[in-house]
Design a protein around this ligand. Sequence first.
Ligand code: NDP
Ligand code: MG
Length: 380
Amino acid sequence: MKKKIAILGSTGSIGRNACEVAKNLAADVEVTALCAGSNADVIAAQAREFKPSVLTLADDAARNSLDGKVPDETRIVEPDDFISAAFDSGVDVVINAFSGVRGLDASEATLLAGKVLALANKESLVAAGELLFSIKEKTGGDLIPIDSEHSAVLQAMLAGRHEEVTRIILTASGGPFRTRTDLENVTVTEALNHPTWPMGRKISIDSATLMNKALEIIEAHWFFGLPVEKIDVLIHPQSIIHGMVEFVDGSVVAQMGWPDMKLPIQYALTYPRRCPLPGRPLDLADVGKLEFEQVDRSRFPAVDLAGRVIAEGGTSGAAFNAANEVAVQAFLKGELKFTAITSGVAHVLEIHKVEPATGESVRAADAWARKEIAEWIAAR
Ligand code: NDP
Ligand code: MG
């Protein structure tokens, strides 16, 4: 029986790669549900390719424009009805590739239904990791990372037992400003110009501030059940080693590959098995050298915010994530300086009153943090 998959955010950077992977795995998987924001042309082409049972776009006008452009067997549903319609169509695995915490409802619904969540949408885990993992424990659902560093660690973990792990190391390319000293006046175009990974706008800015690594440290804390002291970050400009695991005997196991998200996406769908994936084999002689350096935490203070969020727990992750989402959008609109993204997020964490994490408190902290940072930005 083929595995039935839903791709949420199918028109984005991860979503399009997920469609390529689904074509590669066509003998074993079937795309039965597709969902995105507003890109009608791309989702219509995907629908003609996969003939899914259900499909939606969040944007009303874009969704209405799809009439007559998708195959007869594909039902266009309202966004609010999409997840339940996807499960009715027999979906086993949800690839959550939405950008931002809007992905939380889908992450929660997938685990509540006891299904497999292949997660690119790190924001939902940062905002509600405790909640999502407690749902997973109750329902027997599963959560598998797509983020390349976490996929690498998952792969390297297989070399030992969990209790033998002393440390994991998440690599970071360092983003476009790895060697730049004056970060005050960087432009949006400069910040979007990532050196090794082509990605959506939000994560590209997160990679430039290194907020992405803070999000990933928190993500790793939930995925691997490790305290922040056991989660290190290392700058590695070539983006060939994606993550490493150190064991009690000093052995360090690294996972390598070209910077291409198709590999971690495919691994999330075939885990713990592997399947062929066409592409150029990794040629280390061609790469030439692999370099490493420490993170400059004075230029990139965002990284240290992760430790605070993990120590505080509860609703801290939700407030942290929401403040960052708003600050990134303000930077993209030219309303906030690049360096103020991190200061604004730190300010919100400073004034946040942490509550135990529940479905309601996490969403309330998200809304509260959005309001607080908007006021902070307006007052500058
Ligand atoms: P993109 O911005 O490229 O894609 C976002 C997707 O979400 C698009 O399909 C977009 O649809 C859809 N979308 C936007 N608004 C809505 C809405 N209101 N309702 C429903 N769908 C909506 O993001 P990425 O693919 O780069 O990133 C997705 C997630 O994966 C993020 O959490 C990111 O951190 C994570 N990630 C990404 C990596 C990468 O290489 N890109 C690597 C590791 C993690 P449309 O375009 O039609 O508007
Ligand atoms: Mg990553």
